[in-house]
Design a protein around this ligand. Structure first.
Ligand SMILES: C[S@@+](CC[C@H](N)C(=O)[O-])C[C@H]1O[C@@H](n2cnc3c(N)ncnc32)[C@H](O)[C@@H]1O
Length: 380
């Protein structure tokens, strides 16, 4: 019997329900993305991963030296590196961890994408416009749009469009009078410039017609904005994880933990929170999980690539809804008001989870710290 089924809940739309008892720590689902792409600035700043699956392409030592800006750092222990070769697209030099990833990308979307990007290529202007309006920390990328266009052009377009249509897709929530922040007033000029370019380039393409009108383009961005899952990979994080699994004396463990803390502190001085190869992807099954501010499942990337696992955080009983968190630990610890504000702006819904329900009487107060951080977020 399958562990999961989909049902429809009045206030949340579709929801994933447990069909049987799921034990804490149990794997609920493993899935590769329908499509994914590294964030624009992340790639531009030299965060190096496979252009298809996000596997880091630097060794852990190269990664540490680059992030700490210090070529003299030597890692005290060797672990198995993630990528043992780098494959490259002959045309645009996109880098891959293996011939398999290179050919999967080429067969799915890259043949279309490849010629659009080269300097002066057709997509160059759109890319530049996007970069000017979406600074780090990024939450989305225009590159997903071009890859989706590539999938539509290179494969059975009706099937791809049907898959996309099956994602939750509101750009505005009329009840809450909200528009996705990427689609709101703040970005309206940039959005219309980007759309004009998209229309100029692809306006006569019948296969892409559904997403070329202004409304169609906005609905595609809304699918990405409310469904795309963040992906982050790092060869140093993989090194740290491998070290933590090694047997060693207590003394050696203390020594190596001190070394790791010192490295993270160096990163803090150089790149701050920008440690990972970062991007986002659309996952057909994972996108059906609703959010909870007290989730009973979490998403992990166990292979340092874009394949995700959904894992139970606690025992889950038959008929219980399985929820993940759309927000990070730090945001989860904030007030109901702050969480709701963030979820409304980014995902266009008023959270109906149990934790928010139990805190309904709490004052609608956003702390100063929350205000400052949200102002910064909104600049993106
Ligand atoms: C990624 S989709 C999740 C699946 C979605 N319910 C569906 O029907 O496809 C995200 C959307 O689900 C709804 N949703 C997710 N978590 C929710 C929650 N805690 N309370 C209310 N709505 C929620 C919102 O409409 C949100 O934009």
């Amino acid at each position: 019997m399958s562990k999961l089924r989909i049902t429809v809940l009045e206030r949340k739309g579709r929801a994933v329900i447990a069909n049987k008892f799921i034990k804490e720590g149990e794997l609920i689902l493993t899935e590769s993305p329908l499509i994914s792409a590294q964030f624009t600035w992340n790639k531009e700043y030299g965060y190096l991963c496979c252009d298809h699956c996000f596997l880091p392409l630097e060794s852990a030592q190269e990664n540490v030296r680059r992030l700490a800006m210090d070529v003299s750092i030597v890692l005290p222990k060797q672990v198995n590196e993630l990528a043992d070769q780098i494959d490259q697209c002959n045309n645009c030099q996109a880098k891959y961890c293996s011939p398999k990833c290179a050919s999967s990308a080429a067969a799915s979307y890259h043949n279309f994408e490849c010629n659009q990007y080269k300097f002066g290529g057709r997509f160059y202007e759109i890319h530049e416009l996007w970069k000017k309006s979406h600074y780090p920390p990024e939450t989305a990328t225009i590159d997903l749009v071009i890859r989706i266009f590539g999938m539509i052009k290179q494969s059975n377009s009706a099937e791809v469009i049907e898959l996309l249509d099956n994602f939750s897709k509101h750009s505005c929530n009329e009840d809450l009078q909200l528009c996705h922040k990427m689609l709101g007033e703040k970005f309206s000029i940039q959005l219309s410039q980007i759309h004009k370019e998209v229309q100029r380039i692809f306006g006569n393409d019948d296969q892409l017609a559904k997403y070329i009108s202004y409304d169609g383009f906005v609905s595609l961005l809304a699918i990405l904005g409310t469904n795309a899952q963040g992906i982050g990979t790092s060869s140093f994080a993989h090194w740290v994880q491998s070290i933590s699994e090694m047997d060693m004396s207590e003394e050696k463990r203390t020594e190596i933990d001190t070394f790791i803390d010192a490295i993270y502190s160096r990163f803090n001085d150089t790149v701050g929170e920008f440690l990972d190869n970062e991007g986002s992807g659309l996952y057909v099954q994972q996108s059906k999980f609703n959010h909870s501010c007290q989730p009973n499942a979490q998403i992990i990337f166990p292979n340092s690539n874009s394949t995700l696992n959904v894992v139970a955080l606690q025992d889950i009983h038959p008929e219980e809804e399985i929820c993940i968190s759309y927000i990070d630990e730090c945001m989860l610890s904030r007030s109901r008001h702050s969480r709701q504000k963030y979820l409304k702006e980014n995902y266009l819904f008023r959270c109906e989870c149990e934790k928010c329900g139990s805190q309904i009487e709490d004052l609608d107060v956003t702390s100063e710290e929350d205000e400052t951080e949200m102002d910064t977020d909104e600049d993106n």
